[in-house]
Design a protein around this ligand. Structure first.
Ligand SMILES: [Zn+2]
Length: 471
């Protein structure tokens, strides 16, 4: 009997512990994922609210109205067609078919769920409630310019942020869609993921922009590595089956670490990756948010992925130069480049500037938060020196903006394909190293060819525009 009592008590204790753990998880989950659950297209309360509330306006950082509602609550797009299409992925659509867009992810504000009690009380006497207006950090003119200069024949993405405040200045995804014509969305989606925001959800092979991570890892783990020289003959036999190759096979000769970075030498960086090993490389990548789980307040961003396991030396070497099974998300890569410019700190991206309720109350939503310390200040300074040299005299020369201090790294990512021949993805990430213009950028042009000449050139134009017009 005593034995049974003892067992019963043990079981009761176990159940209690599990109950508390579950309850704890519930609060944890609601706290962390609450806004994400709230804004899913499956939330019936939200769908019902759309019938009784007139959604607020969405404006850009300069006050340009991108979306408003007519008297019946139908969404109206007052901008011209080019602007409407350029900002399409940031805005989303009224029917939540683009669930990462502001229309859906910021629905709690737009439908006035977050408005204060006085505002809501005042609205009881009105026929239809009015939601709050949301001013985004996006610069619609910059984004429309990006759409204009982005190559028509390629898909891809561009992200521009203020790396000190986290303000997202542009999030462009090509191909675009037209929110005014949702009737053809189904065809579009089947086409090639038109409704996907490639800037925040696109996962691409990074190619040589990943050398920023390998370099940071070497600076952290190999004392005196900046004094090393490497011998590059264009190819390097890793083992019987695997070898490293440079893009142009002639070889860089004897080079310093800095030259290996500015000239984007695969041989040097593949060898560094093998010396460091996968655990150290993964640890450095994860410090920058690879394999993380981004739960930002204002927007949904997929994290970049570093493989859980690297099977052999060949793949390890290729991972160090940005190939293998790595994937990178454009906005995340802009945040990493920005962290170099910000003394090592990555800030959380912010998409919402202010929320204005219908009673005239304005809530400032800009709330700069340090998110991850990616680099020590000393290593950030070395990375900056190397990235400045890459634009001044290396593969990033075409990203230069006259009269300004630009740092960057190019990437030409080979695309694995079964049998087909595809041009590589062209990448560029970088930033303006000036206090007055703390802008970071990532550009990826799918199957665009050379990172330096295609993505770098594009990034230079866009950075110049950002410097000229963003206030
Ligand atoms: Zn080389």
């Amino acid at each position: 009997m005593r034995e049974i009592k003892k067992n019963a008590r043990a079981v009761l204790c176990a159940v209690l512990v599990m109950f508390i753990a579950l309850g704890g998880y519930f609060f944890y989950a609601v706290y962390n994922y609450g806004s994400r659950w709230f804004t899913t297209p499956y939330n019936t309360r939200l769908r019902a609210a759309k019938k009784t509330v007139i959604a607020g306006d969405i404006l850009d950082r300069n006050g340009a109205v991108l979306v408003t509602s007519d008297a019946d609550g139908e969404r109206v797009y007052p901008t011209d067609r080019d602007t409407r299409k350029a900002v399409s992925h940031v805005i989303g659509d009224a029917n939540a078919q683009v669930p990462t867009g502001a229309e859906t992810f910021l629905a709690a504000d737009l439908l006035g769920f977050n408005a204060n009690i006085f505002d809501r009380a005042a609205q009881i006497f009105q026929q239809k409630r009015k939601g709050s207006d949301v001013t985004l950090t996006i610069d619609a003119a910059l984004q429309t310019y990006i759409a204009e200069v982005f190559p028509d024949e390629n898909d891809g993405a561009v992200a521009v942020i203020n790396y000190e405040t986290g303000e997202v200045l542009a999030l462009y995804s090509s191909p675009e869609y037209d929110a005014k014509h949702p009737e053809n969305f189904e065809d579009l989606e089947q086409d090639n993921g038109v409704l996907l925001n490639r800037a925040t959800q696109g996962r691409y092979a990074p190619g040589s922009i990943f050398k920023i991570v390998t370099l940071a890892c070497a600076l952290e783990n190999i004392p005196g590595v900046t004094e090393r020289t490497f011998t590059c003959e264009g190819t390097y036999q890793i083992d019987e089956e695997n070898r490293l190759t440079d893009t142009d096979g002639e070889g860089h000769g004897t080079i310093t670490l800095k030259e290996a970075f500015t000239k984007s030498c695969n041989i040097a960086f593949g060898q560094l990756a093998m010396e460091l090993g996968e655990d150290k490389l993964r640890a450095t990548a994860e410090k920058m948010g690879f394999n993380g789980n981004f739960l930002f307040d204002d927007l949904i961003v997929y994290e970049s992925l570093f493989p859980r396991e690297i099977p052999d030396a060949g793949e390890l070497a290729w991972t160090g130069v940005g190939q293998g099974r790595l994937t990178a998300v454009p906005l995340h890569m802009a945040m990493i480049a920005g962290a170099v410019g910000n003394g090592g700190w990555m800030v959380e991206p912010q998409l919402v500037m202010t929320v204005s309720d219908s009673a005239g109350g304005v809530k400032n939503s800009l709330n700069t938060k340090n998110y991850l310390q990616c680099f020590s200040p000393q290593n950030a300074a070395i990375l900056e020196e190397y990235m400045l040299a890459t634009v001044a005299e290396g593969t990033g020369a075409r990203a230069a903006v006259e009269g300004h201090s630009i740092a960057g790294k190019t990437g030409t990512a080979q695309v694995n394909s079964s049998g087909g021949r595809y041009s590589p993805h062209a990448w560029y990430v970088g930033y303006c190293a000036e206090e007055e213009h703390p802008y970071a950028i990532a550009v990826v042009v799918e199957n665009g060819g050379s990172g330096g000449s295609v993505a770098g050139r594009l990034a230079g134009k866009i950075m110049k525009k950002a410097i000229d017009i963003v206030e």
